[in-house]
Design a protein around this ligand. Structure first.
Ligand SMILES: NC(=O)c1ccc[n+]([C@@H]2O[C@H](COP(=O)([O-])OP(=O)(O)OC[C@H]3O[C@@H](n4cnc5c(N)ncnc54)[C@H](O)[C@@H]3O)[C@@H](O)[C@H]2O)c1
Length: 387
């Protein structure tokens, strides 16, 4: 009987463990469950085989994943499992440093969650350990895998000069659930667990990923940070203090093609009307690009010809990694995760072939350098150089 080519016969499979089976651990497992939908010939097979969470209900959920062989409340059992090649660690931020270092020292490659440590020092320690130990480490930031964002990245990296002189860059990530003062608090609303950078720790890697990949690291930042509601219900009849910065507006200086350009980065948990809106806009004297997940199918292009115009381009399922999904079909959040995991697997296997890679430890450290400067700027009410 003739058989059709199967995925990645030549590449060894990538066997995953998860540490932290909460919101993102379950999303990760669900994305891996659709791995067979990817048809990219450069992709290794991948499956989830081990899970650790200290919460019993969280562990129970993973019983439904047929490939899982190990479910435990002890992360070291996963780190010491010789069949696990890489771990996805999705824990509260104050635990990142310790668990990332333990995974690296146990010889695992790591898909780290943002913000890659609770603060700059933690991020630098993990970045340095990964280098020293020679492990492959990438940081989660799936939103730039939307086709509209990918197209902008491609155009800006290949054809920046067609935009003329760059006039401004705006990037942002906007949530609104914190507008409701009755929304119960979770660990993300407290500095002790989320980190002092608050909404920047939470949302900032998605905002910074493409600009940093283009080499657009801010040199100086003026930050306006706002707190959310000072207390929230704790979900058990009481109230807890919420001390994180909820909204961050960073006015940055960046050098693009030898010119100083204003760049605005926004991370907001209190943005009226926005559910999970990520947007990027780059405008030049001759052209520009704008993409927002509020209109997720559509990419906007500005042209200054005889007349100025904005055109709307419908993109369909234009992921960088091919899939069975028809090109005319809509792309969604779950697809961004699948594409991001494909990027991790290919880059680790050496088959990324110029496609968009996940955020690197150096980029995560660079983002923390910006957040640290922003915190100082807020405190001192002045623009601060980024370290
Ligand atoms: N990429 C994204 O779009 C995105 C979205 C949300 C959150 N995140 C990030 O993912 C990470 C986790 O966030 P979340 O929303 O999934 O949190 P969550 O609170 O839903 O899940 C965290 C899980 O970790 C478990 N846990 C806590 N301590 C543990 C320990 N010592 N050992 C094992 N398990 C432990 C908890 O029981 C919980 O199930 C954070 O870094 C967050 O910033 C990323």
């Amino acid at each position: 009987m003739n058989s059709t080519a199967v995925q990645s016969v030549a590449l060894p499979p990538l066997r995953w463990g998860i540490i932290g089976g909460g919101l993102m651990g379950r999303e990760f497992a669900s994305a891996l469950g659709r791995w067979f939908a990817l048809t990219d010939p450069d992709l290794p097979d991948a499956r989830l085989i081990a899970v650790c969470d200290t919460s019993e209900p969280a562990r129970e959920w993973f019983q439904r994943v047929p490939t899982v062989e190990q479910i435990t409340d002890d992360a070291d059992e996963v780190f010491n499992n010789p069949n696990v090649d890489a771990v996805y660690i999705a824990l509260p931020h104050h635990l990142h440093r310790d668990f990332y270092l333990r995974a690296l020292e146990a010889g695992k490659d790591v898909l780290a969650e943002k913000p890659f440590g609770v603060d700059l020092q933690a991020a630098r320690e993990v970045r340095d350990a990964a280098k020293r130990l020679g492990r492959f480490v990438r940081v989660s930031s799936e939103i730039p895998f939307w086709p509209g964002a990918q197209r902008i990245w491609h155009e800006l990296s290949e054809n920046l000069d067609t935009l003329g002189r760059i006039l401004e860059v705006r990037a942002g990530f906007y949530h609104s659930s914190d507008l409701d003062p009755q929304k119960p608090a979770n660990w993300k609303r407290q500095n002790a667990f989320c980190g002092e950078a608050g909404a920047m720790n939470d949302l900032g890697m998605h905002v910074a990923h493409i600009p940093l990949r283009l080499g657009w690291k801010p040199s100086r930042v003026y930050a306006q940070l706002q707190h959310g509601f000072p207390t929230r219900p704790d979900g058990r009849g009481g109230e807890v203090v919420c001390d994180t910065w909820d909204n961050a507006v960073l006015s940055c200086d960046v050098s693009i093609a030898g010119e100083d350009v204003p760049m605005c980065w926004e991370c907001k948990r209190m943005a009226p009307g926005h559910m999970n809106t990520w947007s990027l806009e780059v405008l030049g004297t001759s052209g520009g690009w704008r993409f927002s997940t509020q209109t997720p199918k559509t990419l906007y292009r500005f042209d200054r010809g005889r007349e100025q115009s904005w055109s709307a381009i419908d993109l369909g399922y234009a992921g960088a990694f091919s899939a069975v999904t028809g090109g005319i079909f809509e792309f969604g959040f779950a697809d961004t995760l699948l594409q991001m995991l494909a990027s991790f697997a290919c880059e680790r296997a050496g088959t990324l072939n110029g496609r968009f890679g996940m955020a690197t430890p150096d980029e995560a450290v660079a983002s923390h350098e910006v957040w640290q400067a922003a915190l100082r700027s807020q405190q001192e009410k002045r623009a601060v150089e980024v370290g």
